[in-house]
Design a protein around this ligand. Structure first.
Ligand code: 0GY
Length: 293
């Protein structure tokens, strides 16, 4: 484990908020176990194991039905732990993979068959070495034929650099963690205003209203992050997703209680209708379209 790495909360509270039936945790990870699924040699951190059975137990404990499991950089382009979790979930999980240009068509078809529905492009400098945008575009042309979409992770100050690529990607693009705004600047700050304008002008761009624990300056119960998420949910109710981000890699300030994170949901989506769209309708449309109403 990386020195100082914080393990996930051992016994999260049962949330006071009860998610609607069929709720989806649309951003979480599986790590290892390292003796079966070794971490990538090029990784920038080594987490503690966070195996799939722990994730599924957390899903049930929090009152959720399904997961979208997102490949994290510590596993690099080796999506084996992800594929194993998707198979074990028996239809109750979908996946977001990380890929390099070397991926074969047979590998893409195999990932699709186990439930991968998107590729993740990561631009966060502390997590990955930079990849030329042209490489991402070539991967995009290939996965879009499978009907996949795109998940992008970047920091607020990099929006201008990443936006032209996002606009060129052929299909839906989901932005992780609200585009990582500087919450100390407030919802009216220039960076978040630019992000809102970008979303207004880009109807195919969705956003995850996740990670208050990562974005907060004030700490739990995340009063400083709630206004950002609530604004996004109310302005873009048909293109927001929510996720725990379990097991919260690279947290430094504190390790969140996942039950307390679920209790943030009614503060950002104050009505039953908004909660249903955020937790059920939107993720089902994107990840289980064959079952969506
Ligand atoms: C997250 C956030 C982080 C890590 C990764 O792929 C990753 O390693 O996404 C982070 O360190 O901010 O979504 O898990």
């Amino acid at each position: 484990m990386t020195p100082g790495y914080l393990p996930f909360h051992p016994s999260p509270k049962r949330p006071d908020f009860r998610p609607p039936a069929g709720a989806v945790d649309a951003h979480c990870h599986v790590f290892g176990p390292a003796d079966r699924f070794p971490f990538a040699p090029e990784r920038k951190y080594t987490p503690c194991d966070a195996p799939r059975d722990k994730l599924f137990a957390l899903r049930d404990h929090l009152g959720f039905s399904r997961n979208v499991i997102v490949q994290a950089t510590c596993h690099g382009r080796d999506n084996a732990a992800l594929a194993d979790a998707l198979i074990a979930a028996q239809g109750r999980a979908r996946g977001v993979a990380m890929l390099g240009p070397e991926v074969s068509d047979a590998e893409l078809r195999a990932l699709d068959a186990v439930g991968v529905r998107a590729v993740r492009f990561n631009f966060v400098r502390r997590l990955v070495d930079a990849t030329p945008h042209a490489v991402f575009e070539r991967i995009a042309e290939r996965v879009v034929r499978l009907g996949w979409h795109f998940v992008v992770y970047f920091e607020g100050q990099d929006l201008d650099e990443v936006a032209p690529l996002i606009r060129r990607l052929p299909g839906i693009v989901v932005v992780d963690h609200m585009g990582r705004p500087d919450v100390s600047a407030g919802v009216d700050g220039a960076g978040f205003a630019a992000f809102l304008r970008f979303l207004d002008a880009s109807p195919d761009v969705w956003v995850k209203v996740s990670c208050p624990e990562r974005l907060t300056v004030a700490g739990p119960p995340y009063d400083d992050v709630v206004p950002f998420a609530r604004l996004l949910v109310q302005r873009f109710p048909d293109r927001v997703l929510w996720g725990t981000d379990w097991p919260h890699p690279n947290m430094k300030s504190h390790m969140p209680d996942d039950g307390a994170l679920v209790d943030v949901i009614p503060r950002i989506a104050p009505t039953a209708e908004l909660q249903r769209r955020l937790l059920v309708d939107n993720p089902m449309r994107l990840y289980w379209p064959e079952e969506a109403g």
